[in-house]
Design a protein around this ligand. Sequence first.
Ligand code: NOJ
Length: 758
Amino acid sequence: MQPAISELLAQMTLEEKAGLCSGADFWNTKAVGRLGVPAMMVSDGPHGLRTQKDGGSVNDSITAVCFPAGCAAAASFDPALLRREGEAIGAEARAVGVGVVLGPAVNIKRSPLCGRNFEYYSEDPCLAGELAAAYIEGVQSQGVGTSIKHFAANSQEYRRMSSSSNMSERTLREIYLPAFETAVRRAAPWTVMCSYNRINGTYASENKMLLTDILRGEWGFEGFVMSDWGAVADRVRGLEAGLELEMPGCGGVNDQKIVAAVRAGTLDEKVLDKAVARILNIVLRHADLAGAAVGAELDLPGDHALAASLAADCAVLLQNRGSLPLKQDQKVVYIGGFAAAPRYQGGGSSHVNSYKVESALDAARARGRAVEYVEGFPADRDQREETEFLRAVEAAEHADAAVIFAGLPESFESEGFDRRHMHLPDAQNNLIARVAAVQKNTVVVLHTGSPVECPWAEEVSAILCMYLGGEGVGRATDALLYGEADPCGRLPETWPLRLEDTPCYLDYPGDGRTAYYREGVFVGYRWYDARKMPVRWPFGHGLSYTGFVYKSASLSAGELTDGGSVDVTVTVRNSGARFGREVVQLYIAPPENAVPRPPKELRHFAKVALQPGEETTVTFTVTDRDLCYFDEELGDWFAEPGEYKVLLGHSSRNIPTVLPLHYTTARRRPLTVDENTPIGDLLRDDRTAPIVRSVMASFSSQMGENGGDAVSAEAGMQMMDGMPLRAMVAFGGAQAAAAMPGLLAALRGAVPPKTERT
Ligand code: NOJ
């Protein structure tokens, strides 16, 4: 503890200390004026500031630049882009006196229906973690803190303040925690925001395993944990579990409970002191840095231009049968209300009072493109207006190309509720199908925060997904459509053919009390791949106006051992005629395992920019952790020895290069040896296998007589696999019974007893 902090603590009254553990109001911590402790302002986040105006109401926020939302930013697959976005938001925050930006939001996209998916990054924890770390580094490089949220397993809006996300520890560790883990270990966010929900029955705000054992004990977090707004159930229990700051405060009600608990001797004052010290540490850090920030200025025009350029790098070209890019001399009709009023951000706490919004139509007109506009359908509701519908079809028929700006109206997806289906409005689906029937160069531009079903995908020529690209999305769309920018985004989530295919279809969003995560670790592509299901577009997919080939892929060694690493290199060549960017994706495929595992998992990725004909070499370092799953019995990450594969691909389903990697390890899964241990487990373990084999050989004649020829050798082995050791006695008789104590002793000697988890 810094001396300044221990001195402050010594001077604070019990009431002042308890008071510091909750907000003064919606957006500020409390000051302790007599000791010179200032208040600190926090602000949403994540993709732009929602900072309350001086003297304004809670929802009256300052003008700020709205950057691409999480769904779009993640599609960049580019940590450098997230860093730039973070730097710009951090600089704006600093200029207006904000101490902590409430983001990034990294919850895993378990279902496409989650109302808040637009704010989150991915179905994949590796991608989400890398991007979150970069965003945090960007914001914090400006002397402003972040609050990574919502910790943890908050993947639905339905009953988000009470529902329990129930899952195995393995699922939590492999899917729902790693994005937080990577960000905390790598980028040290100043704060973490706990989620509203319960995890296996315990509120996140009272979850000692999460807030203390894992977050601080395992990952080394040194900042403070704040609650999501209104997430506190039992304040004293929360404080003991590791929740330092309650937001927005509760008119002092819970502060009094803390004071009363200390006075009654049911709460150790040292717990309170520790929490206060952690809050003071950040508040004082902010105060020091804020002093240096005096005079920092907002650069809204500069940030707007940045937002537009980032949006272009987030777009995903899903399909292109030749209509894109458009040519300047083509007669093009733009159809759909989103052409004039793009949907570019989501609703709820992340809503930014945007500096200015550019539409694709504004941009086309400013560039003198030969574009006609027919509204066709409104952007804010599902409504078919017959005259507009017919005008659109007719205009499309007489144009060289038709671009339909489709998407979800704001009322279809937002914080606070989940979607019930994955459809676009009927008015849009119908018009797209009709236009495609009369115009072969039909292009669909999508503005959505999450996947939608695209029943017309086979009928249209091209589909460009802009997600919710921020206030500069129109300028970016224009540049992409006309080939002045290359689409280089990749899908951070699978686009399924239909909702019924999704991993948690039967369990989402649960019964209102509990959401059972029955699909376990098989989330997103891990599910579709394991079940070999067709999808509309796979995770990692995205086209370019140029092409890329991989060559000379190699490993620095064909073998990896405990604690070791190997370098994987591959040369990427731009084989087309235009500048473009490729995302090289590295997946690991495990050998067949005693434990069910996804067929492959993303472990590394890199985005490279290449001129036509240019090539570059990308190097990844694969460590043994990259091969691991979380073994619940061991209570640790573990990889079985065997033959792994390193896959290098353009997407999760377009993998041109596969390299074998042999893994050896001295570690073993725990094996409890007693009369009920399955013989198969003993035969699979190289420590016990020789012992069991030699005993079996000596009983084989006896067992042969009993088993006879009724089963094939293969079936016999299968039956043996699940037989407990004691079955040897059942089939081997007195001789086996006499040998059993010696056998058990020999086996136990070969396998050290299981060490209990600490
Ligand atoms: C609730 C949201 O869940 C959280 O993300 C946000 O930061 C707070 N409200 C404050 O607006």
